[in-house]
Every structure is written in C-alpha cells, then in structure tokens.
Ligand binder design. Structure first.
Ligand code: FMN
Length: 346
C-alpha cells in the first residue's frame, strides 16, 4: 500500500518522464542543463547527484540553485538516513524542484562506504524507510533510480522485492538502469559498460508491476529505438548520448511530447546561449564553464572538429572569449547553413 502523504492536497502532479536526461556528476551541472533546455523544452532534466550531507551542511545555493529556465528539473539525492533524506526533500520542494530522486545506482567505492548508491539495493527496507520519510516531508513526487541488481543480489525475485517494498513506501516511479552493478573490482565507468544490458528484465518488471511508472535507462542512443521501448515502457532516460551528442534532443519534443514547435537549429541554440554566457562572464565566471558542455553540438557535421578545437584550445589563448564565440558562431553559420535549417525535419 502506498503511504499517505503528509498533506495529500499539496501533492503535485509529476512532470512527464517520457524523455529524461540522466543525472551525471560533473556533466549535468546547471550550465549543461541551461544549454540542454535550449534544445528540448520538455525533456525532464536531473541535477548531478548531491549527497544529503552536502545539502545539509554545504553551500545551499551551490547545491540547490538553478535557473528557472531549466525546469522541469529533478534533484537527485545520495543518502540513506531517513531523517536527512526528509530534510533534503523538504528543501528540494522549497527550492522549486519538480521531483526529488534517490540514487540507488551509483557503484563508486566512495559512496558505498557511506551507504549511498547501488549498495542500497541489498537494503530494500532502508531504502523504503528513506523514501517514506521523503514522501512525508514534501509534496513532490519521490522517484528512485536503481540497477536491476548488484553482485550477490541479482535475482529477479530480489529486484521485485526491492521494487515492491519501495513502492509501498510511496514511490510510483522507478528509473531502471538495465544492468547490474558489480561492487568490487569494476570502476564506475566499467560498471556503465561491462555488465550486460538486460532490457528484458525491465520489461518483465513493467509487466509484473503495470501500475508503476517504469523508465528505461542504459545504452540508449537512437530515438527510433527509444520510441519502440515506449510501446511497453513509460519513458526513457538517456545519459552519455545526451551529453556527447546533445542535438539528439532536438527531435524529442515533437516525438515524445507531441509539441509541434519546430526544433531550433544548432546556430539558433548558440545564439540563444550567448546572453547566458555573457551574464556568466559578467558575474566573474569563465566561458569554459559553459562551453565545455557544448563541444558535441555539431557531432556528425562538417566543422564539428573545428568547433570543438576552437572552443577547447583557442579559448585558453584569448582574452576576448565572447569575441571568439561570435567569430565561431559566424564561422559555423557559413559552414552549415542551410544544412542546419530548423524547418527541414528528417
Ligand atoms: C560522467 C557520469 C556521471 C554519472 N553520475 C551519475 C549520478 O550522479 N547519479 C546517477 O544516478 N547516475 C550517474 N551516472 C549514470 C547515468 O545516470 C546513467 O545511469 C548511465 O550513464 C547509463 O545511461 P547511458 O547509457 O544513457 O549513459 C553517471 C554517468 C556518467 C557517464
């Protein structure tokens, strides 16, 4: 049975999760999210994982701050102490996030030692307590991102037990990275590639828990394939491809959210990003904080390498970063138009 929220009247409808961009440490910071939002208006974006300790004891504006343009935006928490999770969920609601998500998928040693991440798959009752505490502390949807198992704890029955207990505590949305994590011997990076992808397990989970929202994550790079998964699953979460090839998101609004607005061209995205970069520079920031996230914008097109190089190496040599940006924009416009025309849809 789903736990009753502290104040059911205040429970907000969740954002659509048909297409989500995965939480990625060091990658999905606020600058990346602002940039991603210029490409898709509807994709649900996630913060990097923030530990409960950082939220409670650290710089709140750093860990919970975002630009309203990033919405819909979910905060991902790392932690397992129910009281701390509750405090952070309430702070997430105050800060205006659309969802609060618990990380039960990260395999790094550092987080394991603190009972954070994938190791929690072996402790479903603790995760359920944490989710219940978050659910009672805020009116936001509480979701969980997890693996299909961890080594020594990877049977389908154990996965169902985990999902069943956590659902009973108040979570109706499970974002499932479709591979196990091996907690000893593999690095986090290897844990994103080596254990085989088991989409069939996620599909079985949806068949056995049809009332739950099940979002598929892991190895998704092609919008057609994602659309096929939508026939049986509720949505997809894309990580590395959305980072390395961000223009993938340009078709997401029309395909997955039935929004007929024409996609912006890459050039229009760069033009729209310019005032944001100017404001960041005016606040004492460096252009690279923003532009390191946009290097893949032209992936697969002529000039992609030139764009990447100019933004990574030439940037270090200039004392007029915005001037360089403008030159590069004009240069890419000459190279690409009309190929990069927004109205010519594939
Ligand atoms: C650089 C990097 C950082 C990541 N950080 C997080 C994180 O903070 N929280 C999390 O739940 N998963 C994290 N992940 C895992 C992704 O969210 C995602 O589950 C994984 O990359 C598989 O999806 P993909 O194949 O679409 O990339 C990270 C992945 C990468 C590549």
């Amino acid at each position: 049975m789903t736990a009753t929220p502290a104040n059911p009247v205040l429970r907000r409808p969740g954002p659509s999760r048909r297409f989500c961009v995965a939480p990625m440490m060091d990658w999905t910071d606020r600058h990346y999210r602002f940039f991603a939002r210029l490409i898709s208006q509807h994709a649900l974006l996630y913060t990097e994982m923030v530990t409960t300790g950082a939220v409670i004891h650290g710089d709140r504006s750093r860990f919970l701050g975002f630009d309203p343009a990033e919405q819909p935006l979910a905060l991902q928490l790392g932690g397992s102490k129910p009281d701390e999770l509750a405090t952070c969920a309430a702070l997430a609601e105050q800060a205006g996030f659309a969802e609060v998500n618990l990380n039960v998928g990260c395999p790094s040693d550092r987080v394991q030692n603190n009972m954070i991440g994938a190791c929690l798959m072996a402790h479903p009752a603790l995760v359920a307590q944490g989710v219940n505490a978050m659910h009672e502390a805020c009116g936001l949807p509480v979701t969980v991102k997890h693996r299909i198992g961890i080594n020594g704890h990877d049977s389908y029955a154990q996965l169902c037990d985990f999902v069943g207990q956590v659902h009973a505590a108040g979570c109706d949305t499970f974002i499932v990275h479709a591979r196990i994590a091996i907690l000893e011997g593999l690095s986090p990076k290897e844990n994103r590639d080596i254990p085989p992808l088991r989409y069939d397990v996620v599909q079985q989970l949806k068949a056995d828990f049809p009332q739950l929202e099940i979002i598929l994550n892991g190895g998704l790079t092609d919008l057609d394939v994602m659309q096929e998964h939508m026939a049986t699953l509720d949505g997809v979460m894309v990580g590395r491809e959305a980072y390395h090839n961000p223009y993938l998101m340009a078709d997401v609004d029309r395909r997955f959210f039935a929004d007929p607005t024409p996609r912006p061209s890459r050039i229009e995205v760069l033009q729209a990003l310019r005032p944001y970069i100017a404001a960041h520079l005016a606040n004492g920031g460096a252009m690279n904080h923003v532009t390191r996230h946009i290097l893949g914008l032209f992936q697969g097109l002529p000039g992609a390498r030139h764009f990447r190089r100019q933004l990574s190496s030439a940037l270090h040599r200039t004392d007029d970063p915005l001037g360089l940006y403008d030159e590069l924009l004009a240069d890419m416009m000459r190279r690409l138009e009309p190929r990069d025309c927004p109205v010519q849809q594939a």
